[in-house]
Design a protein around this ligand. Structure first.
Ligand SMILES: Cc1ncc(COP(=O)(O)O)c(C=O)c1O
Length: 421
């Protein structure tokens, strides 16, 4: 007897990512780490395959008092944490034309969940790009919403501003409110970063709907690994002083930038157009949080607060992280250069953990993934593309991967289109 209620969701679907990653582990156990390229892992690893953990952050965690772990935190988050998060997001350029508030969430995931739940209605469609982090869909479905997609790139591999506008128009013909998720900089899974003119086009499309309520959520999960901190935050200025029907939101995550993946620490921030909308944000977030996870992780919040209260410590965290960011950028560059050399088309990668290689169709992407497995290379097929993780491969592996992918594609195409290898 089936007891769990499906409620329109798909439950029990095998996790593709987990499946490929288990196969990679089995192959490594069989042949040894040197013989296998495992590009399935979504976290930053050092060249020995170990999780990168910032020492400065770990020291701060070890310095916590028992109460920092044991006591409850206020539902919206510790006040010192909320101040720290504003600094983490805006640095010393706090918005002047918007009302900023923040609320704790367990990671960026929690922030995204609360944003969707508070600013859309059950049955609504939210909007994001066709290439996106798949939990957006799971989170939306869990609370009775669905995801509509525009194609992220046009034929020239540029941001497809008109596709964005058209999809937004379509959705807003059917409903009075929606939420738009833009994952930038260092988008997962392509590594794309929206340019200033991409943002202008997004905002023009959104402003074309003065009679609708639109929440615009910037998912900045990878911002601290994108590059120059100020440059990569400059887009936030464009979200200031927007019309009153638009609510700019930012999903902050300490998972990557502070290597606190497992501590579940993040926040949702608003850049509200009015004081009233900011107060409402605070009130609604308190209810959303109370009803989903209640109080947050006090220890994690205290660590972030301590980092931002101590200039020296903050500097150490930044220096350590920047050293790793250089390693990551080197891996990305190695992949991009090698792809150019072998003539492998990739989506426009700017920075971040992932690179995506378009394969044209889902069938071809699956076949290329399988052909790579025969060559002891494990990547994640994602729709009609394959995702490579520069974050978890060495520079040498990143240099070799494009040639291997091109060879796998050739092998698949020789099958005459049925991809039976
Ligand atoms: C695009 C994107 N957004 C948000 C997150 C949220 O991560 P977390 O909930 O661990 O902060 C991730 C994590 O992989 C991500 O890739």
């Amino acid at each position: 007897m089936i007891l769990a209620q499906e409620n329109g969701r798909v439950i029990g679907k095998p996790d593709k990512l987990f499946g490929v990653s288990s196969l990679a582990k089995e192959r490594i156990a069989e042949k040894g780490r040197e013989q296998v390229i495992n590009s399935t892992i979504g976290v930053l690893l050092d060249d020995d395959g170990k999780l990168v953990v910032l020492d400065s952050v770990m020291k701060a965690i070890r310095g916590l008092a028992p109460d920092d772990f044991a006591a409850y935190a206020p539902i919206a988050g510790l006040p010192a944490y909320l101040e720290a998060v504003k600094k983490a997001v805006f640095m010393d350029e706090q918005p002047k034309e918007s009302y900023v508030e923040a609320c704790y969430a367990p990671g960026g995931t929690g922030a995204i969940r609360n944003a969707i739940s508070a600013y859309t209605k059950p049955g609504d469609r939210i909007l994001t790009s066709d290439w996106h982090w798949s939990p957006y869909e799971v989170v939306a479905a869990e609370i009775g919403r669905s995801v509509g997609c525009y194609s992220l790139f046009d034929e020239e591999m540029k941001f497809n501003g008109s596709a964005f506008g058209e999809k937004l128009d379509e959705i807003l013909k059917e409903q009075n409110e929606t939420l738009v998720i833009i994952n930038t900089p260092a988008h997962n899974p392509t590594g794309y970063t929206l340019t200033d003119s991409d943002w202008d086009s997004v905002l023009t499309s959104i402003k074309a709907h003065p009679g609708k309520k639109i929440a615009l959520l910037a998912d900045i999960a990878y911002i601290d690994f994108a590059g120059d901190a100020r440059k990569y935050r400059s887009f936030l200025k464009k979200l200031e002083g927007l019309p009153q029907n638009i609510m700019p939101l930012v999903a902050f995550s300490a998972s990557k930038g502070y290597t606190m993946y497992g501590m579940r620490c993040g926040a949702l921030l608003c850049m509200a157009p009015t004081a009233e909308a900011a107060k409402e944000f605070k009130d609604v977030m308190t209810v959303e949080s109370r009803a989903s996870w209640s109080n947050g992780n006090r220890a994690a919040m205290t660590v972030i607060a301590k980092i931002f209260e101590d200039e020296k410590l903050l500097k150490k965290v930044e220096e350590e992280r920047n050293a790793w960011m250089k390693v990551l950028a080197g891996r990305g560059e190695a992949f991009v250069e090698a792809a150019e050399k072998v003539g492998l088309t990739i989506f426009p990668y700017d920075s971040g953990f992932f690179i995506t290689v378009p394969c044209g169709t889902v069938k071809r992407a699956e076949a290329v993934g399988k052909a790579l497995q025969e060559m002891d290379v494990f990547v994640i097929p994602l729709g009609s593309g394959i995702r490579v993780s520069a974050a978890s491969n060495t520079m040498d592996e990143c240099r070799r991967l494009p040639g291997l992918i091109a060879a796998a594609m050739e092998k698949c195409d020789k099958s005459g289109g049925d991809y039976t290898l």
